[in-house]
Structures are given as structure tokens and as C-alpha cells.
Design a protein around this ligand. Sequence first.
Ligand code: AMP
Length: 322
Amino acid sequence: MNPHDTKVSQNNIRMNLIIVGTVAFDAIETPFGKTDKIIGGAATYISLAASYFTAGAGVVSAVGGDFPREYISLLNDHGVNTDGLEIKEKEKSFFWSGRYNADMNSRETLVTELNVIDGFKPVIPDSYQGAEFLMLGNLSPDIQIAVIEQLTTRPKLIVLDTMNFWIDNTPADLKRVISMVDVLTINDSEARELSGEYSLARAARKILTMGPEYLIIKKGENGALLFSAEKMFFAAALPLEEVFDPTGAGDAFAGGFIGYIAKTGDVSFENMKTAIITGSAMASFCVEKFGTANLVSLTKPEIYNRIQQFAELVRFADMDIT
Ligand code: AMP
């Protein structure tokens, strides 16, 4: 398709990135405090993080009539198109609640209420058709599949994120969507669960036979690994002085990753390395405050400086061994 033929969205910006995922209420408990219901959801974190890199992002999701309009405006204020966010007035929004353990590395899900997401049939707005990039954030795999099947042109890159909830509850649909995408991002425990392998290198090899060409394994404060059939790359996480709330870190990572790819249009392994550093930088901002508090107010120089800190962390001069 000629990109000039692509329909434009309300704000006249050509959509180049579709983001699917929950737009939700979260209630979070960490050793540092507790929140009431605040704005959360995978698509919220992804789109806020991606908004710093690409202007043409649009969300596909559903919320209930209980979802405050100012939360939707918050996304719009960041240039995120919400034509694909269905508001079902008579239903309730997705609700998730989790509690972090003292080390902040592990968490317990206390409540997952699908509500409006249960049985949701996404409808892709015409203005989203022709987008080159698709980020399938955490959501029920049948909805993720329905989105892929509705696109009139297959995107240049489809990235999928998921979590143990879907590995446990809808394994067949999950395997099917995994077979349809180019990049899968999951955390280390999920990679082990999905593959039945303890070694992450073996887990990666097995998962890469399920469909995706690339696999990203997130290891929380221990960084992230990128695998293809022949190559491997490791991105360290920046040791932070303040970690308040890890919620959304995986999604902020995904948003930074796909946002950078959408900005550059380059889907090579080399460019994915920079995209992973960008994702890691966005995740590092995310965890420094509760919920989306940090992600909503970043500046480009702050982001650039943080990416430089990541580069500096692992930079060293080549050794002279003669
Ligand atoms: P993360 O910390 O990156 O895993 O993402 C946490 C976000 O994912 C929260 O804002 C939740 O609303 C959302 N979430 C939690 N469980 C699910 C689920 N089963 N499906 C979709 N989104 C979820």
C-alpha cells in the first residue's frame, strides 16, 4: 500500500503504531505504600512510553462507564489516539490488584477482574489501517488474534507481550497468537513456564521454534536479553536509588522498544539493540514513582540523558592483548 493512501486519524497524523492491551484500574501495594484505584493497564503504560518517540500511536481496548474521562484525556494529551478505545457505559473496567514482596522483584496478583475485557470484540478504526507496527500488549490472546485478523495490511513488525495469567488460562489461543508474531517479549519465569526449560538459552531456542523470529526475555532489575536464531544481545538494567513501584515496567519497556522502532522504521537486529536500551530506560523511569506518575511528565532531554547513562554503564575500552 502506498503510505500516502493511508487514512489519517482525527488529529490528522498518520497512524503508524497500533497498541493493544488493557486500559484499566490498578490497586497496588508495595513496601513503600498503597494506592486506591489508579489508572493502569498494559496499553496505558505502553502508549505513554511510546508517545515520546512516535506521534502516530493509537490504542485498541475497552473500558467501562466507570472509567474517568480525564484518564482518557491524559492519553490524548500525549498524542495517543483513542478512536479504538471502546467505552461500554453499562460495564465495568478491567481491574487488577497486586502486592510486591520486600525485594520488589516478585509480586503476587491479588485480583484480576476481566469485566469489560471478557468477550470484548475489538473493532479496528479505519484510520488505524495501514499502520506499519503493531504492539500486542498484555490482553486475552483471542482479542490479540482478532486484531491481527482485522488488519488489511500485515504490519512490518508485530510484537507480542503476555503474562503467566494467559499461559495458565488460555494456552491454546496463546500458542496460536505466538505463531503469528515477529517478536515475543516475556519475563524470565514466563519463558521457563512456556518452554518447560530452566536454562534461558534453551528456553529461547525452543520458543523461537513456536513462530517468532526474535525473543526478548525481561529479567527485571537484571536487564533483558534479545535472541534470534543466530544472535544474542544483553542489555543491563540501570541500578536505581529509588524503586517505588515496578508495576508497568514491562509495558513501559515494550512502549519504549516499539516506539523507537516505529520512529526509526528499522527492524534489523542491530536497531533492536538500541530499541531495547530505549525500552530499559523507559522502564527505569516507570519504577521510580507509583503507577504512571513518572511516565506522564518526562522530557526528551531527560530520556536522552538516561539512555546515555545506560550506554556509559557498560562502555569500556577495547583491551590491548598484544
Ligand atoms: P507489568 O507490571 O508490566 O506486568 O504490567 C502491569 C499492568 O498490566 C497493570 O497495569 C495491569 O492493569 C495489567 N495487567 C495485569 N494483569 C493483566 C492481565 N492478565 N491481562 C492484561 N493486563 C494485565
